[in-house]
Design a binder for this molecule. Sequence first.
Ligand code: SAM
Length: 222
Amino acid sequence: MAPVKEITDLLHRTFFRSLSLLSSRGQGAVLRRYFDWWHRRPDPWHMGTDAYEQAKYAATLAQLPGLPYRRILEVGCSEGVFTEQLVTAYPEAHVTGLDISERALARAAERVAKAAGRTLLLPADILLFSSEHRYDLVFCSETLYYLGRRDRLRQASARLTGLLAPGGVLVLVHPWPEARRLHRFIDSGRAVTRVSELVEREAHRPFAVSVYQAPSAPAPTG
Ligand SMILES: C[S@@+](CC[C@H](N)C(=O)[O-])C[C@H]1O[C@@H](n2cnc3c(N)ncnc32)[C@H](O)[C@@H]1O
């Protein structure tokens, strides 16, 4: 990694770790304002046009176990570039996109308008989010490094695994080798088992796609 990139990443992580010294609610309030500001211009990370991002999405979709996913959740969906791909890849599924930025979700709504009847866009903070639903497939990509200190990472990890239906699949996508730190509470917990991991070391920004599965419901007894 080039030294300039290393320094930028260090400053980035330090900034978000400082925010995580606030209460969960305080942190969420600042993140909401920050990401609304960050989305002041469309597609701030060029997710819709960048070849690297598109290749990462393709690698992520290719890594999924071939299961009949009915209810899908994408956490940190931003403007819905990947959400739209999920809607297309799983025409039978209901797809929920969750993001802390309402401005991002307003643009996501335009992207998935063609499937409005089976999509839902939720403004929410993953640190506090809970749902009456359980999901067959949960994604969280390029988001966990915004949560800062380890307690917040642990909190978010518990939220993510708690959203899975029995047998549900969780997919985390983050830069490598930082993914080892970001995924560690999921890796070391008992809620899910890692079923595969793709590490794309040759990419100019290496990344990992880690796939986990929750246990299936126990067979009824008696
Ligand atoms: C870099 S974008 C990733 C977009 C998408 N997941 C992808 O990989 O193409 C990160 C997104 O996470 C959202 N985000 C950051 N902290 C969040 C939180 N605590 N709860 C929910 N969303 C959050 C931001 O608003 C932003 O849209």
